[in-house]
Design a protein around this ligand. Structure first.
Ligand code: CP
Length: 308
């Protein structure tokens, strides 16, 4: 495959190849080998029209660890402020010889459009409320490292599903990997098309927690929200926040995840986010490895020395 735009584009074999490649890359990095020559001479452009901390930095770190040249483009401070279109911006980058363009954009579908304009690979780093496939890959990678194969595992994803590209990509990828996903949210924070997603739906977090191997909390995206649809912060935390008492209802082996950035004290209590069950910091580290695997496979990097 040339692009990674949606988790739905990945077959089970594709997804397992990326996760297995990430495992091999993690083993190499555990041997204190910080940099591989595999993408030497290739150029990766990070094209970010929306703010990001984790995704932007981890794509940059991933490309650099594979010895690619990296160009970071942020819409703030660029000619986008003068009205330059996505297409013209893309063609400018194309002229600079981008082998891969990693794009985050506020408009759902922007990476798909971009793929029609550039010759290089396009990687979706989050488009509107649509998808964030590398987040789902790093989440699956983290779950596999903690819990083993995901077939039959029960994954609960909780919160603002309506605005969450992370939830959609996770549901699609986890179903492909054989996991059983349940989404939990207030009725106003589910998208209307959720009935067609390959998952269960619940409004009752306390009923689902004892059956969960993974509880993934989502950020409440107030910036994308009409105040009329949102319960008060206290009411939301009381019904859907993950605090110490709720964690006590989870099985002993179950883990707590959050893609970040977090609203501490709202969807997740600070003591839960910082507890040994939380994989939140691990997810960030695994993000670099998972994105290395994606870039390596899309750009057809040189052999890792018999590792794969
Ligand atoms: N999880 C995630 O996408 O974080 P950023 O918005 O900081 O990239």
């Amino acid at each position: 495959k040339r692009h990674l735009i949606s988790a739905a584009d990945l077959t089970r074999d594709d997804a397992l190849l990326i996760l297995d490649t990430a495992d091999e890359l993690a083993k190499i990095s555990e041997r204190s080998i910080k940099k591989l020559p595999t993408l030497r001479g290739r150029t990766v452009v990070n094209l970010f029209f929306e703010d990001s901390t984790r995704t932007r930095i981890s794509f940059e770190a991933a490309a650099k660890r594979l010895s690619a040249d990296v160009i970071n483009f942020s819409a703030k401070g660029s000619s986008v402020s003068k009205g330059e279109s996505l297409k013209d911006t893309a063609l400018t980058l194309e002229a600079m010889g981008a082998d891969a363009v990693v794009i985050r954009h506020g408009a759902s579908g922007a990476p798909h459009r971009l793929a029609g304009w550039v010759r290089g690979s396009v990687v979706n780093a989050g488009d509107g409320t649509h998808e964030h496939p590398t987040q789902a890959l790093l989440d699956a990678f983290t779950m596999r490292r903690r819990l083993g194969p995901l077939d039959g595992r029960k994954i609960t994803i909780v919160g603002d599903v309506l605005h969450s590209r992370v939830a959609r990509s996770n549901v699609l990828l986890l179903a492909t990997l054989g996991a059983e996903v349940t989404l939990v949210a207030p009725p106003t924070l589910f998208p209307v098309q959720v009935d067609s997603w390959p998952c269960e739906v619940s409004y009752d977090l306390d009923a689902v927690l004892p059956k969960s191997d993974v509880v993934m909390m989502l950020r409440v995206q107030r910036e994308r929200m009409n105040a009329a649809f949102f319960p008060t912060e206290r009411e939301y935390s009381r019904r859907y926040g993950l605090d110490r008492d709720r964690v006590a209802k989870m099985p002993d082996h179950a883990i707590v995840m959050h893609p970040g950035p977090m609203n501490r004290g709202m969807e997740i209590a600070a003591e839960v986010a910082d507890s040994p069950r939380s994989t939140i910091v691990e997810q960030v580290a695994n993000g670099v490895t998972a994105r290395m695997a994606v870039l390596y496979l899309l750009l057809g990097g040189a052999d890792l020395g018999g590792e794969i």
